[in-house]
Design a binder for this molecule. Sequence first.
Ligand code: C5P
Length: 408
Amino acid sequence: MTTASLSGRKVLLIVGGGIAAYKALELVRLLKKSGAEVMSLLTPAGAEFVTPMSLAALTGHPVRQALFMPEDETAMGHIELSRWADLVVVAPATAGLIAKAANGLADDLASTTLLATDKKVLLAPAMNVRMWLHPAVQANVARLKGFDGFHGVAVVGPDEGEMACGEFGPGRMAEPAAILAAIQGLLTGPDGRPLAGRRAVVTAGPTFEPIDPVRGLTNRSSGKQGYAIATALAELGAEVTLVSGPVALDAPVGLNRIWVESAREMQAEVQKHLPADIAVMSAAVADWRVDGVASGKIKKAPGGPPSLALIENPDILAGVSKPGKSRPKLVIGFAAETSDLEANARAKLSRKGCDWIVGNDVSDDVFGADGNAVTLFTKDGGADVWPRQSKTEVARKLAARIADHFKA
Ligand code: C5P
């Protein structure tokens, strides 16, 4: 059995109705022990076998049980919950749940979540042997496995053996340790970590350009989008260096954060961490710095305010994009625009020499917000529109696109 850590990984466990539901509790315990964060969803039939209290106590989170619960929906909507997870696990997966998922039926919380998720789903079927062997169930499982796309369906078990109903054959839910091993394989194996072995350099936040020892020029970038991108790349297995300007964000786990202040410091750190496979330059680098920074605090003088002479900062993105031995294989820039997003972003893409550019319309509320609406423009003329969603979701989409790029 593998023992890979699931630290920082998020699992949504859907507990269906069946006698095997008691094993879901042991699964939660094992998942927590290996470092995963677990949220659970209990179907009405599942609640006939295990209590929401047990699941809440073991996961450390409230248990979701119904679709139309205003308190649940305002805490974390069911769509958000389906995206929050890195993996959705259905254990036990009943014939009913499998049938709904295979046919796109969404008439309760579990089936709606299964349809809404953009993550892989792991099914641990559990049912009577005759039910499991029924061609309808087999056809539904085959149909689910056959769906193409980034997020597919994996199945663990069922095991063969004596069943609670006294019959013998395949239908017993896989043991919790085997389900855990399957989860570890999906989240930390080549499937779950497609960027393993890749190096990435990400810039984030504003820069701070000193005027004198106490004052400076900066901007409103919160760094949230860049931090989310660095985190999403690390989640997919990349070795990430995050070169960050001054922001009020904690260092994400599992990556190397380097603090800088000025654009020139940021550029030096970026260069130091090349070569890399991926560069994502999301920092809002100040275009200018003050020429001749005063060594002491500039005093108020009767003659009026001092005038500041500004000089141009180096363009970090353009420098990284220059052809050469240390040019990352994929260089991604950002274009914050208030008008003509496509034209301006495309012009920037070619001017800077990068491969992709993430255009965002900043005429709306973006700075410091948790949501973002972006379009990804690629050098080959492609454009992917990602409507407003959380910065974490934007980051995960971008990381998934990057992984696809390297897979191809
Ligand atoms: O030219 P503009 O600042 O709009 O370009 C934005 C893109 O260029 C972002 O990816 C930003 O991180 C990068 N940039 C840079 N160095 C600069 C200015 C911008 O890397 N001096």
